[in-house]
Design a binder for this molecule. Structure first.
Ligand SMILES: Cc1cc2nc3c(=O)[nH]c(=O)nc-3n(C[C@H](O)[C@H](O)[C@H](O)COP(=O)(O)OP(=O)(O)OC[C@H]3O[C@@H](n4cnc5c(N)ncnc54)[C@H](O)[C@@H]3O)c2cc1C
Length: 300
C-alpha cells in the first residue's frame, strides 16, 4: 500500500490544521506526556477527544456509518502529524479507538459495534486493555483469568496488571480462559462498573499512575459480549495488537521527536545540537518509519 497522501487526505489535513490552530487551547500545547496531576491530565485528554469528535475529526479512516469519514489510513497518519506538530495532547481513547476498534469491526457482531463504537468515539466510554497478568506478561499464553459459563453469562475471576488507565475506564477488552474448553482463550468486553471489579493504581517513578492492577472477583460478563467466538481470543488479540504496534506507536514516536527537539532548544539556545539528544531523535524517527512500514502491511 502507498502511504503517500491521497487528494482527500490532503484536504482533510489542511482543514484539520486550520481547525486545530483555532480551537486548541494555548495551555494544552506541549504538555509533557504523562506528567502532572493524573486526573487533570486525563480530563484534559478526554475533553480534547470530545472536541475533536464534535468537530468530526476523529478516526477519518473509519466508515461513515460508524462516525468516520471513510478515508484511508493515510488520513489517520495525517491526523497524527497535524496534532503532534501543533503540540496537541494525545486524545484519551487511543486504547479503544486505535487498538480494539479495528478488531471489533473485524470480529464483532453488528450489535456489538452499534453498542460500543459510538460511545468510544465520543469519549463517553474510555477503554482499557486487560491482557497482562502477574504470571503472564511476555508469555501471555499463560493467562489464568477464568471465565466460568453460567447460562447466558460468564462468571470471571482473576487478576490483570499494567492495565493502562483502568482507573478512568468504563470498558475493558479482556482476555480470559473459558473453563472446560480446550484452547478456550477468549476476548470479552468487561463493564468496569460491575460488582467484583477492583482497580488499584500503581504509582510509577514519575509519580503518576497510568498503570493499574485490576482484580476480578466473580464478575459477570454477558455471553453476547464475547468478541469473535469462544476460543478465538488469539485471533482477535493478534489483530488488535498489530494495530497497537502501528498507529498508536506512530503518535508516541512523533511526540517523542517533538519533545526531544524542544528539549534541545531549551538546553542550547545557540542552536548547538546535543549528541545524546540527536541520537535519541534519530532513533525516534526510525521507530516512526518502522511503524509506518508495519501499518502499510496491515492496512486493508
Ligand atoms: C507503556 C506500557 C503500557 C502497557 N499497557 C498495558 C495495558 O494497558 N494492558 C496490558 O495488558 N498490558 C500492558 N502493558 C504490559 C506489556 O504489554 C507486557 O505484557 C508486559 O510489560 C510484559 O510482561 P512483564 O512485565 O511481566 O515482563 P516479563 O514477561 O516478565 O519479561 C521481563 C523480561 O524478560 C524477558 N523475557 C521474557 N520471556 C523471555 C524468554 N522466554 N526468553 C528471553 N527473555 C524473556 C522480556 O523480554 C523482558 O525483558 C504495558 C506495558 C507498557 C510498557
Amino acid at each position: 500500500m502507498d502511504l503517500a497522501l491521497s487528494a482527500e487526505a490532503v484536504t482533510y489535513r489542511d482543514q484539520l490544521r486550520a481547525w486545530v490552530s483555532e480551537h486548541l487551547p494555548e495551555q494544552w500545547r506541549d504538555v509533557p506526556v504523562g506528567t502532572g496531576d493524573d486526573e487533570a491530565y486525563v480530563a484534559m485528554r478526554r475533553e480534547w477527544g470530545r472536541m475533536l469528535h464534535r468537530g468530526g475529526w476523529l478516526a477519518p479512516h473509519w466508515p461513515v456509518a460508524r462516525g468516520g469519514r471513510g478515508l484511508g489510513v493515510d488520513a489517520q497518519l495525517a491526523f497524527l502529524d497535524v496534532l503532534v506538530a501543533a503540540g496537541a495532547p494525545e486524545q484519551m481513547n487511543t486504547n479503544g479507538m486505535g487498538i480494539f476498534a479495528p478488531a471489533l469491526m473485524a470480529f464483532g457482531t453488528e450489535a456489538q459495534q452499534d453498542r460500543y463504537l459510538g460511545p468510544m468515539l465520543a469519549h463517553d466510554d474510555i477503554w482499557c486493555q486487560g491482557f497482562s497478568e502477574p504470571g503472564a506478561g511476555s508469555d501471555l499464553a499463560g493467562l489464568a483469568t477464568r471465565a466460568v459459563p453460567d447460562g447466558d453469562r460468564f462468571v470471571v475471576s482473576g487478576q490483570k496488571v499494567w492495565t493502562s488507565y483502568a482507573l478512568f475506564a468504563q470498558r475493558c477488552y479482556l482476555m480470559v480462559r473459558v473453563a472446560g474448553v480446550p484452547d478456550g482463550v477468549t476476548m470479552v468486553v468487561l463493564h468496569m462498573d460491575r460488582p467484583g471489579v477492583t482497580v488499584r493504581p500503581l504509582r510509577n517513578i514519575t509519580g503518576t499512575s497510568e498503570f493499574c492492577e485490576v482484580f476480578l472477583d466473580e464478575v459477570t460478563v454477558d455471553a453476547d459480549d464475547v468478541v469473535g467466538g469462544i476460543g478465538d481470543g488469539w485471533r482477535v488479540a493478534t489483530y488488535a495488537l498489530a494495530r497497537e504496534r502501528s498507529t498508536g506507536l506512530a503518535q508516541r514516536a512523533l511526540q517523542l521527536s517533538r519533545e526531544l527537539e524542544l528539549m534541545n532548544a531549551r538546553l542550547h539556545r545557540d542552536g548547538h545540537a546535543d549528541d545524546v539528544l540527536v541520537d535519541a531523535f534519530v532513533r525516534s524517527r526510525a521507530v516512526d518509519s518502522t511503524v509506518r512500514r508495519v501499518l502499510a502491511t496491515v492496512a486493508d
